[in-house]
Design a protein around this ligand. Sequence first.
Ligand SMILES: Cc1ncc(COP(=O)(O)O)c(C=O)c1O
Length: 395
Amino acid sequence: MRIEFDRIKRLPPYIFAEVNELKAKLRAEGKDIIDFGMGNPDMATPRHIKDKLKETVEKPGTGRYSTSKGIPGLRKAQAAYYQRRFNVDLDPENEIVVTLGSKEGLANLAQAITSPGDIILSPNPSYPIHPYGFIIAGASLRHLPAMDQGIFNAALYLERLEKSIKESVPAPVALIVSFPSNPTAQIVSLEFYKDLVKIALKYNVYILSDLAYAEIYYDGFPPPSILEIPRAKEVAVEFTSMSKTYAMAGWRIGFAVGNQKLINALIRIKSYLDYGAFTPVQVAAAAALNGPQDCVLDIRNTYQKRRDVLIKSMLRAGWDIPTPQASMFAWAPLPDKFKKRGSLEFAKELMLKADVAVAPGVAFGEYGEGFVRVGLVENEQRIKQAAKNIKKLLL
Ligand SMILES: Cc1ncc(COP(=O)(O)O)c(C=O)c1O
């Protein structure tokens, strides 16, 4: 009997495993750990969205299998969102698919388009499903360093990208980008996407853009969509999510939109794998997109205030963290005293000596070493408390 499975062997223990184990142990001992380690929104889903869910659950037929590609009303609501937010036209029939969160969409698109040995270009550090969705699907990964001394250098990245495309044998099938970035909180301009689309068109490479943090941005600068670039639909799909925008992470609902070939491939594979999200969840998601948007502003403002408190209080504690412009994370260089010990050791030390959990940068890829990711998922009071604890450690 086979006891080792090839796909499973290619998956290292999940990134947070070691840190999580320590966290669970300390909590079991009664420690109150201030947890910046996960990207799990802690705010409540807005009332009117929950009400819509409840109301729909009571309607006849809503417990039946739903539609795998998403109910028409929700696909139309997503088209209207892209129109008002990005001025991008989408055909709800052929250019939009509802996913069970963007993570599911990314993973199943990887399954849909990958043949064994295909080359995929993935940023490093990155959100784990970007590389691992394709590793599970049997692809070979080329990792592109995404950062230079703590910042994303678009010109350098594009240069590396083009070189990597030219050197890849066979030619790469797709490349992944994700801005605002998890874990690095970096953002890009429309100009970057223009150059990226140009390269993709030149070399016939698909672009998968993950825009999970489309609405989590600060200081009034909304991130662009790659689909704003003329001809982008010839090569690109984009993933968005209800998880962060409306604090609906547990509801598992998101979207892929754009290139018809890719969207149809995803629709096709999903038609074999799932029956779509629970209908009341889809109806409530449509209500979220079509309804009042002040809740999005509230959520954004909450993260922004936390960001400001985090950056200020950590600076006072002796830890200089660059101010993120978007996402729900800060990408923090290790304090000098800990630079040599690496991000995993620093994360453990923070937990043991300051009761604070963060995610070690190396867990997002080897080029993430030297940094930790701090999630804005604790309230202002607890952020200040964490800074006090950390100050003692840094003295
Ligand atoms: C960049 C990025 N993409 C996708 C996801 C997953 O989102 P969803 O809840 O829509 O699956 C996350 C979640 O943290 C993320 O950070």
